[in-house]
Design a protein around this ligand. Sequence first.
Ligand SMILES: C[S@@+](CC[C@H](N)C(=O)[O-])C[C@H]1O[C@@H](n2cnc3c(N)ncnc32)[C@H](O)[C@@H]1O
Length: 203
Amino acid sequence: MRTQHHPATAIRAGRLFAMLFCAGIAVAEVSAQVAAPTKAEAPYVPTPTSIVDRMLTLAGVGPGDYVIDLGSGDGRLVTTAVTKYRARGGTGFEIDGALVKLANDNAAKAGVADRVKFVERDLFVADVGEATVVTLYLMPGMLGRVEDKLAKELKPGTRVISHDYPLPSWTPVDIVKFETDEKVPISGTTRTQLLLYRVPAKR
Ligand SMILES: C[S@@+](CC[C@H](N)C(=O)[O-])C[C@H]1O[C@@H](n2cnc3c(N)ncnc32)[C@H](O)[C@@H]1O
């Protein structure tokens, strides 16, 4: 027996589908929010300013660059990249809202709020595609997931510079090791290393 579809029934079915579709999106959005960790996976420990300079110099930051700091603290890496190394812009992603406010205030004081922004966001769901340079000062236990994300999302040629801790399976193109008393209050040792990586061409 052939079933007759009344137009009103089709309209109701269409509306139901649209409602389910929208509900699906809403559920997916809620799931994404629930999946994001709500607390920092690394403590706030600012990179001493002399090491900020060494990181940005080693990465060769200059006028063509867009710098993203994952876990951006008070914003010093991105703001210095723009004020001192003339990067064209940058973004910091930081999970601590008070630090995000401080970083945006610091950028405004430095006169670069038009080119620099700090966003309260879990770094694992942050959009990093615009970066030409990514800076990191994170805990070793996070870096496996960070390198997976960066490998998927960064453009070939993008430089990644990590303070102290290596990306577990990437090979650095440069490593600089030095001693500085400024690290003693932070890590209990003068030893410091900076590891520079370059995202390879896609195969
Ligand atoms: C060691 S501090 C480095 C701060 C800054 N990058 C610097 O070098 O001065 C690490 C920062 O990462 C932030 N953080 C930790 N887990 C995070 C996450 N999942 N998403 C975003 N920020 C995170 C912490 O709140 C902290 O400010």
